[in-house]
Design a protein around this ligand. Structure first.
Ligand code: AHG
Ligand code: MN
Ligand code: MN
Length: 336
């Protein structure tokens, strides 16, 4: 009965069936989806719109910004600032929390990575947008405080991502499982195409950037060495490897056919224990993956339980098929 429902129709239907979904949260998710339609339209024009290439600036993390990092950030901020639904925002591309004028203030905090995998944009490989929704403690009555932005992953009210691939798909959780909505360009709507997504518990496929191997912790190096030994090694199976360099595409693949994705601890710079950012990459992906029956860890602790100290905090990430993530955690626990 729900098959083929449009995103907002489906969320309203869920609310009627007893799911705890405030109307404002439904509106917020819907507004984010509209923004992502604008982003996919911009991204898909590629060279035609003259937006490929670098912008000549760096973000707070010292990364070179692509023109499209800035353009997609501005689309999201511009749209959400006047939605009447958010009190503040946190973006990968903006150093400080973004406040919303009192007149337009809503109840929620929106954290986002406007363009994930942006190193892939010039070479025409999938990119995406990741978002996470938190509540502001004072609602729309006052500016949110720093503590409102730095909430643990377990406090997320919703999380999702949109992958701009051969088709544009929105993946969403509000804490009641994971659903996928494919953008039907003929009608301009996200339509429910997969309900109750479930990640296979076991896998033979791993994703990791092997070029960093010498900087990982010993147990991570050992686990990958053992994967490479295949059926003759202690793990007893022949693995396949993938690396897209777009987390959105890797997590999408894992949701569809299982797998393990790792961007592990890296010893190069103690201030950057991982590459991925907790608030708008690791936490929303953890919420989605856990809701689909998978597991997410730093290899030492559950990501969504981590204390938050910084808007742009980086964390090691190991996520995906449950039994494989448990194996990686065990390699690390044994070494203690
Ligand atoms: P972003 O484009 O938002 O900075 O994120 C890129 C991230 C993630 O999507 C991907 O898994 C990883 O960085 C790729 O890293 P490498 O460049 O080391 O492959
Ligand atoms: Mn990213
Ligand atoms: Mn990004």
């Amino acid at each position: 009965m729900t098959a083929g429902m449009k995103l907002k129709q489906f969320l309203l239907h869920e609310k009627r069936t007893g799911v705890d979904l405030p109307y404002d949260l439904i509106e917020l998710i819907h507004e984010v989806s509209i923004t992502c339609k604008e982003i996919t339209a911009t991204v898909s024009r590629g060279e035609l719109s003259g937006v490929l290439g670098v912008a000549g600036t760096e973000n707070v993390q010292g990364e070179t910004q692509k023109k499209l990092d800035i353009i997609t950030n501005d689309i999201m901020v511009g749209h959400m600032r006047v939605s009447g639904l958010v009190a503040g925002m946190g973006s990968e591309e903006v150093d400080d929390p973004i406040m919303v004028p009192a007149m337009e203030r809503g109840e929620y905090i929106l954290m986002f990575d406007p363009l994930d995998g942006s190193s892939n944009i010039d070479v025409n490989i999938s990119v995406g947008t990741i978002f996470s929704v938190l509540t502001a403690s004072k609602g729309c009555k006052a500016d949110p405080e720093m503590k409102d932005f730095l909430q643990k992953g377990t406090r997320q009210k919703a999380a999702g991502f949109v992958v701009y691939g051969p088709s544009t798909v929105l993946v969403l959780t509000t804490g009641q499982g994971v659903n996928m909505f494919t953008l039907d360009n003929r009608i301009g709507e996200f339509v429910l195409t997969k309900q109750g997504v479930s990640i296979p518990t076991d896998t033979k496929e791993y994703a990791i950037n092997m070029s960093n191997q010498r900087f990982w912790e010993k147990p991570m190096q050992e686990y990958i060495d053992d994967c490479q030994l295949g059926e003759k090694g202690p793990l007893g199976k022949r693995y396949n490897m993938r690396w897209v360099a777009s987390m959105v595409a890797e997590v999408f693949r894992i949701l569809v056919r299982g797998g393990i994705f790792m961007y592990p601890y890296d010893s190069r710079d103690p201030s950057k224990p991982g590459k991925l950012r907790l608030m708008y990459e690791a936490n929303p992906m953890s919420f989605i993956v856990e809701q689909a029956g998978g597991m997410c860890s730093t290899a030492h602790e559950r990501i969504m339980d981590m204390a938050v100290t910084d808007l742009h905090q980086r964390v090691p990430v190991v996520l995906g098929s449950r039994n494989e993530v448990i194996k990686v955690v065990e390699y690390h626990a044994r070494a203690k």
